[in-house]
Design a protein. Structure first.
Length: 217
């Protein structure tokens, strides 16, 4: 039972969160009619809105796209009356602004058509309230720390390369010393064999002379 209540509460919180971050709706208005919405925003909050307008077509008997349809967007700070956005766009477009002051902001949209001044409009609107403006100083500090770590890592890599080079040089010197020692050992062995052969030959010659002298007597 507790798990069910916990799941329901979790789902409700997620629903509230998504509804706070994105407001998607559609409404109907006549040409030159103005429709406004109120959005309470904290300071330095980025807001992005996407709209798409369809015009009622008598021949098609449904709402269709019309390139002659224009959408005007006006955003004002309600407390100060300061104009934040004044723009006119096509039937499918978007607008973005940053709330410089905390408080209520009015977002107004109106449609007009050069081909049909008395047309009926179906307007889709999706307003996404983003996070606050990024802290540039904090980003610079983060980038500086990251650059410092990269420099430290490069220095350590250089140390590793130098150590590897030193080990390769030591191995080369040890290999040269081993080869030189082995060559000397081979020559020493050859000299020993030569001495032994010479000694044996001298002894054999000496014994032969000794026996020859005994026979001559």
């Amino acid at each position: 039972m507790g798990c069910r209540h916990g799941s329901a509460l979790h789902s409700l919180l997620l629903l509230l969160l998504f509804s706070a971050l994105a407001n998607a709706l559609h409404f109907y208005l006549d040409a030159s009619e103005r429709r406004c919405f109120i959005e309470e925003l904290p300071t330095d909050t980025v807001v992005e809105g996407h709209y798409r307008a369809l015009e009622w077509g008598e021949q098609e008997q449904k709402y269709v796209e019309n390139s002659n349809l224009g959408i005007e967007v006006e955003v004002d700070e309600m407390d100060s009356g300061h104009s934040v956005v004044r723009t006119r766009g096509p039937f499918d477009g978007k607008f973005t602004f940053t709330a410089h002051e905390a408080g209520d902001h009015s977002i107004c949209l109106s449609a007009s058509s050069s081909s049909s001044p008395n047309t009926h409009i179906k307007l889709y609107l999706d307003i996404v309230v983003g996070s606050t403006r990024p802290n540039l100083e904090q980003d610079r500090s983060h980038v500086s720390n990251l650059a410092s770590k990269i420099r430290d890592l490069n220095a350590k890599l250089d140390d590793v390369r130098r150590e590897q080079q030193y080990q390769r040089e030591r191995e080369a010197n040890y290999r040269d010393l081993s080869e030189s020692t082995n060559a000397r050992a081979v020559w020493y062995s050859i000299m020993q064999i030569g001495v032994l052969v010479a000694t044996c030959a001298w002894q054999l010659r000496h014994l032969r002379r000794f026996f020859d002298d005994r026979k001559a007597r």
